[in-house]
Ligand binder design. Structure first.
Ligand SMILES: NC(=O)c1ccc[n+]([C@@H]2O[C@H](COP(=O)([O-])OP(=O)(O)OC[C@H]3O[C@@H](n4cnc5c(N)ncnc54)[C@H](OP(=O)(O)O)[C@@H]3O)[C@@H](O)[C@H]2O)c1
Length: 259
């Protein structure tokens, strides 16, 4: 079980797949210090959020389900206000930008609409969520009273993919084109590297994690690992991060990946 112990964490896309498993393992393996797990999803009352609502009912003292569509700025701003009321002066220790979509086409088959939708969700989503939650992250960094960086102090973890690695494209493109997805994750990686520099004076750690090829709706049944293994690994990695890994691109086992 994960040892990660932030006082507060927010996970986007928390109603299924890796997001739901993140909430589950963080709730079930939490330390006494964990007070708020803000589990965010587009449609909290919709049929695809039933498993999350069940989980929240089992842990009402720590899980709060909030509406958040990462492509809708007003939804992000409303969620940030609600989170601020719940979190108070302690702020938000850990923001996990997990929500994402995939499109499978090549350069020749990807439509402008698919390209824009993928970029909007996978790049503008994490960027706008991070910007709207910055005040809460800064509050957590200030409230911590400790030196250095960690995911228990103030951190933004962007869930990216090895498919965003430019270096491995020659070996992997023909087997798995997904052009729009690759471009969006490469952009997310660059955004994270930039943010790591921009916010290091504020003691807010930024890193990108590749969860592995995981059996979710996105990864498919033929994927290599279960969500439980991926998330267990990612939580261990998050727990290990310090200022030395600020801006790093790591997989769920903690191995550095090539940009
Ligand atoms: N599975 C893999 O093998 C794999 C590999 C590498 C990276 N990843 C990355 O890991 C993350 C999670 O993937 P997954 O496998 O869990 O995918 P998934 O099973 O398809 O789940 C995607 C989640 O993102 C949410 N989402 C999509 N668009 C959203 C939006 N605009 N606002 C809020 N939530 C939104 C979905 O909510 P709805 O139910 O409302 O659609 C769902 O909760 C993604 O960033 C993905 O790129 C996955």
């Amino acid at each position: 079980m994960a040892a990660l112990a932030p006082r507060s964490a927010l996970i986007t896309g928390a109603n299924r797949g890796l997001g739901l498993e993140l909430v589950r393992q963080m709730a079930e393996g939490r330390s006494a210090g964990t007070r708020h797990l803000l589990a965010c999803c587009r449609h909290p009352d919709g049929p695809r959020s039933e498993a999350l609502q069940e989980l929240a009912k089992r842990h009402p003292e720590v899980i709060t389900v909030l509406q958040l569509d990462t492509t809708d700025l007003s939804s992000i701003q409303k969620c940030s206000q609600q989170a601020g009321s719940l979190l108070g002066a302690g702020g938000l220790n850990l923001l996990i930008n997990n929500a994402g979509i995939i499109a499978h086409g090549t350069m020749q088959t990807t439509s402008p609409e698919e390209m824009l939708a993928t970029f909007n969700t996978n790049v503008m989503g994490p960027m706008n969520v991070t910007k709207e939650f910055l005040a809460h992250l800064r509050a957590a960094a200030a409230a911590s009273g400790t030196a250095g960086m960690s995911c228990s102090k103030a951190a933004v973890i962007n869930i990216s993919s090895v498919l965003g690695s430019v270096d491995i494209t020659a070996q992997s493109y023909s087997a798995y084109p997904a052009l729009a997805y690759r471009i969006s994750k490469a952009a997310l990686n660059m955004m994270t590297a930039c943010a790591a520099q921009e916010f290091k004076q504020s003691d807010i750690l930024f890193a990108v994690l590749h969860p592995g090829w995981v059996k979710t709706d996105m990864g498919g049944e033929g994927a290599e690992i279960e969500a439980s293994e991926s998330v267990g690994g990612m939580l261990r990695v998050m727990d290990s991060l310090t200022e030395k890994q600020n801006g790093a691109f790591l997989n769920y086992k903690g191995m550095p990946l090539s940009w």
